[in-house]
Design a binder for this molecule. Sequence first.
Ligand SMILES: Nc1ncnc2c1ncn2[C@@H]1O[C@H](COP(=O)(O)OP(=O)(O)OP(=O)(O)O)[C@@H](O)[C@H]1O
Ligand SMILES: [Mg+2]
Length: 332
Amino acid sequence: MTDHSAPTDAPTAPGHAAAPDPLAPTDAPTAPGHAAAPDPLAPTDAPAAPGHAATPDPLSPTEAPATADPLAPTDAPNAPAAPDSLAVRGLAYAYPDGYQALFGVDLTVGRGERVALLGPNGAGKTTLVLHLNGILTGGAGTVTVAGLPVAKQHLAEIRRRVGIVFQDPDDQLFMPTVREDVAFGPAAAGLRGADLDAVVRRALERVGMAEFADRPPHHLSFGQRRRVAVATVLATEPEILVLDEPSSNLDPASRRELADVLRSLDVTVLMVTHDLPYALELCPRSVILSDGVIAADGRTQDVLSDPELMRRHRLELPYGFDPRSVTPAAQA
Ligand SMILES: Nc1ncnc2c1ncn2[C@@H]1O[C@H](COP(=O)(O)OP(=O)(O)OP(=O)(O)O)[C@@H](O)[C@H]1O
Ligand SMILES: [Mg+2]
C-alpha cells in the first residue's frame, strides 16, 4: 500500500472560470446525470486541457498497486495494452468562491477494476467525481477516460462512457415519471420502441423498482429514489460506473442487491463510500482522498487494517467489524 499521508507540496489551482453550479436544478431535460444529453452546464470558455493526447501518457506514474483483480482482462501475449479506464493527472480545482477542494490529484484506474474512494466529509470526493464526466472543469490538470481527454469537444462521448450515480438522487431525477427518467439516457443514445422499453424494464428490475415505473420520482422515498438513480445509469450501459455513496439510505436488502448488481457488471467501477464493509466486499483496491489529495492507495483489506492511517483520515469501522476476518473482494 502506498501511504501518501506525508505532507505534500501539491500545486494550487490557478484561477478558474466561474463555472455554473453543477447541481443547480434545471428544468431542461438535459441534466448532467443523463448520458448522451447535451451539456447545459459545460462552461463555454473551458479551454481544452493542454498536453492531451488520445493515448495515455506513457510517462505518467502508475501508482495503482498490483491487486489481484478477478475482473481484469487477461492480456493475450503481444496484445496492445488497452488504455486505463481512468487517468487523473495533477487535478486541482477551486470553486468559484475561491475554496480550493482539490490540490493535485493523481489516480489511475485500470479496465475492469473496482476501486473504492474513501475519505472524510469534505475531502473532495464528490468534487473529483464531478470532474470525471466534465461537469466541473476549469482547474489545473487532466482527466482521461479510456484514452479520451475530458474536454468540451468530447463531452458527449465521455458521458456515454462514464455513468455517474450522484450523491443526491434528486440531482439525477427530473422527469415526470420513473420510466421516463430511466429511458432518458438510452433514448438520447437512439434507442426506441420495444428495445427501449425492455432496457428500462430490465434496469428497473435490477434495482427492484419495476413496479414504480409510472410513479413520479418525487413521490418516492429517498432510498427508492437512489435505486431509480442507479437504474438511470445502468440503463445506459456505461464503460465506467462511478457511484457517489450508493449504499447510503438503502435498506440492508437493497444494499445487498445493489452489491449483487455491481458484481455482475463487466465494467470499471469507482465507488465513493463511507460504508467501509461495502468497500471491502466489492472493491479489491481502495484510495483515500483527504484534504484534496490522495493520501493512500492500496488493497482495501490493508487500508482498513491500518488503524493509524484510518485514524489520520477520520475513517472508522463499524463496531465489532474486523476487516481481517472477512474474505476480501479480490478473493471472493
Ligand atoms: N459549490 C461549492 N462551492 C464552494 N465550496 C464547495 C462547493 N461544493 C463543495 N465545496 C467544498 O469543497 C470541499 C469538498 O467537498 P466535496 O463535496 O467534494 O466533499 P466530499 O468528500 O464529497 O464530502 P462528503 O463525504 O461529505 O460527501 C468541501 O470543503 C466543501 O465545503
Ligand atoms: Mg460527497
